[in-house]
Design a protein around this ligand. Structure first.
Ligand code: AMP
Length: 249
C-alpha cells in the first residue's frame, strides 16, 4: 500500500517574519526555510506505518520552487522512499495545490494521503479538505491517532470536549494534528542516504493543471503593537481601574 505525503517548504517556525514595507507580503529573502512542521508529523506517521508493515511505499510530494527539493530530501531522510517535485515559480494557493495533488493521486494511486492540517505560512487549513472533495474520498482532519486495519483507516480526532474516532474506507485523506507523533531526529547517515533516493520533477502543465492564482492579497500588516502596562499601588486601585477604565467588571 502506497502513501502520498505532501510537504510544503515554509519559513522556519523560529524565524520572526517581517512584513514588507509596501504591505504586499512578508519578506522571505535570506530567511531560513524548512519543512512545514505538520508535514514532518505526516511523513513521520507514514514512515511509522511502513515500519509497522502496514505500508509498502511512502512518497513525498512538494509543489513550488526548485528549492523544494531540499524539503523533499528532508522527507526522504525521515524515511520517505522517493520524492516528486511539482516545479513552478507561480505562488500557489491551496486550490492549485489540491488540483496538482489530485492529478498526482490519479497517476500514483495511493491508498492514503497524509497532509499537514495547515501550513504555518498561509494558515489556510484548506488543501486536505479541497483534495478530499476533488478526489471524492473520505477525510479525517486533525488526526491524533491513525490505525490501518482491514482496508480502513481508524482515525482519532481531538474535538471540543473529547476525542472522536472515525472509520474511513480507503482510499482516504488524513490531516495531522500536533499530538499525532513526535518526528524523529534526522541523522547524518540518513541525510546521506536520502541524497541517493529517486526524486522526479514534473511541471503543472505535465499534469494538465492550471495553477493561476484566484485570490489577490490586498494588504499584509504587522499585528498592532501592544501598549506598555502600568503598575498599580494596591488592589483597590486595580479594581477601580478594571471598573472605570477597562470596564470589564
Ligand atoms: P494549507 O491548506 O495551505 O494550510 O496546507 C495544508 C497542507 O497541505 C500542508 O500541511 C501540506 O501537507 C499541504 N500543502 C500545502 N501547500 C503545499 C505545497 N506547496 N506543496 C506540498 N504540500 C502542500
Amino acid at each position: 500500500m502506497k502513501v502520498l505525503v505532501p510537504v510544503k517548504r515554509v519559513v522556519d517556525y523560529n524565524v520572526k517574519v517581517r512584513v514588507k514595507s509596501d504591505g504586499s507580503g512578508v519578506d522571505i529573502a535570506n530567511v531560513k526555510m524548512s519543512m512545514n512542521p505538520f508535514d514532518e508529523i505526516a511523513i513521520e506517521e507514514a514512515v511509522r506505518l511502513k515500519e509497522a508493515g502496514k505500508v509498502t511505499e511512502v512518497v513525498a510530494v512538494s509543489c513550488g520552487v526548485t528549492q523544494c527539493q531540499e524539503t523533499l530530501r528532508t522527507g526522504m531522510a525521515i524515511g520517505a522512499d522517493r520524492g516528486i517535485l511539482v516545479e513552478t515559480a507561480v505562488e500557489l494557493e491551496p486550490l492549485g495545490v489540491a488540483k496538482l495533488l489530485k492529478a498526482l493521486a490519479d497517476k500514483e494511486q495511493p491508498q492514503l494521503i497524509i497532509l499537514g492540517k495547515q501550513a504555518i505560512d498561509d494558515d489556510s487549513n484548506q488543501t486536505g479538505q479541497m483534495l478530499a472533495a476533488l478526489l471524492g474520498w473520505p477525510q479525517a482532519t486533525f488526526a491524533s491517532k491513525v490505525v490501518l486495519e482491514d482496508g480502513k483507516a481508524i482515525v482519532t480526532r481531538e474535538v471540543d470536549g473529547g476525542l472522536e474516532t472515525l472509520s474511513l474506507t480507503l482510499p482516504a485523506i488524513v490531516t495531522t494534528d500536533l499530538r499525532l507523533n513526535e518526528p524523529r531526529y534526522v541523522t547524518l547517515p540518513n541525510i546521506m542516504k536520502a541524497k541517493k533516493k529517486p526524486l522526479d520533477t514534473v511541471k503543472p502543465e505535465d499534469l494538465g493543471v492550471d495553477v493561476a492564482p484566484r485570490l489577490k492579497t490586498l494588504k499584509v500588516a504587522e499585528p498592532a503593537k501592544r501598549s506598555a502596562g502600568i503598575k498599580v499601588p494596591d488592589v483597590a486601585t486595580l479594581v477601580a481601574k478594571l471598573r472605570t477604565e477597562a470596564k470589564v467588571i
